[in-house]
Write a protein that binds this ligand. Structure first.
Ligand SMILES: *Cc1c(COP(=O)(O)O)cnc(C)c1O
Length: 401
């Protein structure tokens, strides 16, 4: 969400390893030490770069045959692991000119026994592959994607925060990097995975955030690419997002492009509400305007299976939210985030008071929100032994080499 977008914008401020360039031959990284550095103040970490630069990234650039569905990318760490650093691009590359780029976000956690695990990396691999089809990029096959993520975690293992103090956030990128001026898909593609340790989103208990929708602003329309985690979907929201923050709200709430009456999602997180009859409702993926979140899918399953909830994927109007009991957002960055209130601004920034909604006291998280947050993080961190066992198919253990 907020911080996820900040992470994107703050990439420019990374201090680079001068020695590592795109064309550099891969050097073999030093063996991982599994102990996090003692000098790091993990408690102070937020979601962002935290002034830290991990040492290793995955980088693989291939010529692609757009008619051949087999993945051109290699799963070999010897070929693809290299020191973290800037990558060299032609100004004519399709990623720079036409936004032919996809990204992913997933986390690796350190469990109490020291094991490092990734949460559902297969889901991220599938989502990137489906975006690749839409953007005419060569898909990274599932095994290669997961192996790359795993190698990046292993090579930077000392940057996985201590148990309970956050996670190592992984950013896979897939982009067209050929020097092709023509407005069409590139014949060269780059798959890159880098990592950054992030702190817990909430340091002390869940606190509700305030969302504001802005009339006339939407992030995606039917027929567009809203369901693709494409780089170009995010910058168009920066101006509105900044204006909303200036007015002291935490994040933009996106309304549907056609009518401006239905809630879609918030920043880079999906939206849920417990409506009047107790059903947990989240906007449907059907129209293709919402990002199919891994957290969203997990929450739907956990709400049904573990909380006995009725869950509906359907439209959700601002009007219906007035009688809703609680609301939350969810995504990899911020896990489950309670929503305290929703405001709607006219496009001149003044508030439409009639459209405002407050959930509960506007500050405290709802009961189901808290429960789902606890269940999800219990599975991810391994703190809930029973559920971790039951959902072990969601957990990918990164074996030390
Ligand atoms: C990444 C993202 C989400 C959340 O997806 P997760 O897989 O749960 O992290 C939701 N909405 C948008 C627009 C996103 O980019």
């Amino acid at each position: 969400m907020i911080r996820a977008l900040m992470a994107i914008t703050s990439i420019a401020s990374i201090s680079h390893h001068p020695a590592a360039i795109f064309a550099a031959s891969s050097s073999s990284p030093s063996p991982p030490s599994h102990a996090p550095p003692n000098s790091v103040d993990w408690e102070s970490f937020g979601f962002g770069l935290n002034g830290v630069q991990t040492e290793h990234m995955w980088l693989d650039t291939k010529k692609v045959d757009l008619d051949d569905p087999t993945s051109p990318f290699s799963a070999s760490a010897d070929d693809c692991l290299r020191p973290f650093g800037p990558i060299e691009l032609y100004p004519t590359s399709t990623v720079l000119n036409y936004g032919q780029s996809l990204f992913e976000g997933l986390k690796a956690f350190r469990r109490e026994d020291g094991t490092i695990v990734m949460f559902r990396p297969d889901m991220n691999a599938r989502r990137m592959a489906s975006g690749a089809r839409r953007f005419l990029l060569p898909a990274v096959d599932l095994e290669t994607f997961v192996a790359a993520a795993e190698e990046v975690v292993r090579a930077n293992a000392h940057w996985v925060p201590p148990h309970g103090k956050g996670a190592l956030y992984l950013r896979p990128l897939l982009m067209g990097t050929g020097a092709d001026l023509g407005v069409k898909a590139s014949h060269t593609a780059t798959f890159c995975v880098y990592a950054c340790p992030v702190g817990n989103y909430f340091k002390s208990g869940l606190t509700a955030i305030r969302l504001q929708a802005v009339r006339g602003f939407s992030r995606a329309a039917v027929g567009g690419a809203g369901s693709v985690k494409a780089g170009g979907n995010y910058a168009p929201a920066f101006q509105v997002q900044a204006a909303v923050r200036q007015r002291n709200f935490d994040e933009v709430l996106c309304l549907d492009a056609a009518t401006g009456t239905m809630v879609e999602e918030a920043g880079a997180s999906n939206f849920f509400a417990v409506v009047e009859d107790g059903t947990l409702v989240t906007p449907s993926l059907g129209p293709g305007t919402i990002l199919p979140g891994v957290t969203r899918a997990s929450i739907i399953e956990l709400a049904r299976e573990e909380c006995g909830c009725e869950v509906a994927e359907r439209h959700l109007t601002l009007d219906e939210l007035k009688s809703a009991k609680e609301a939350f957002c969810c995504g990899t960055g911020a896990s489950v985030t309670p929503v305290g209130s929703i405001s709607v601004a006219h496009d001149d920034g003044t508030e439409d008071e009639d459209a405002a909604t407050v959930f509960g006291d506007g500050v405290s998280p709802g009961a189901l929100t808290q429960r789902l947050h606890r269940i999800l993080s219990g599975i991810q961190t391994g703190e809930d032994a029973e559920l971790s066992q039951k959902y072990q198919h969601w957990i990918h253990i990164v074996e030390p080499k």
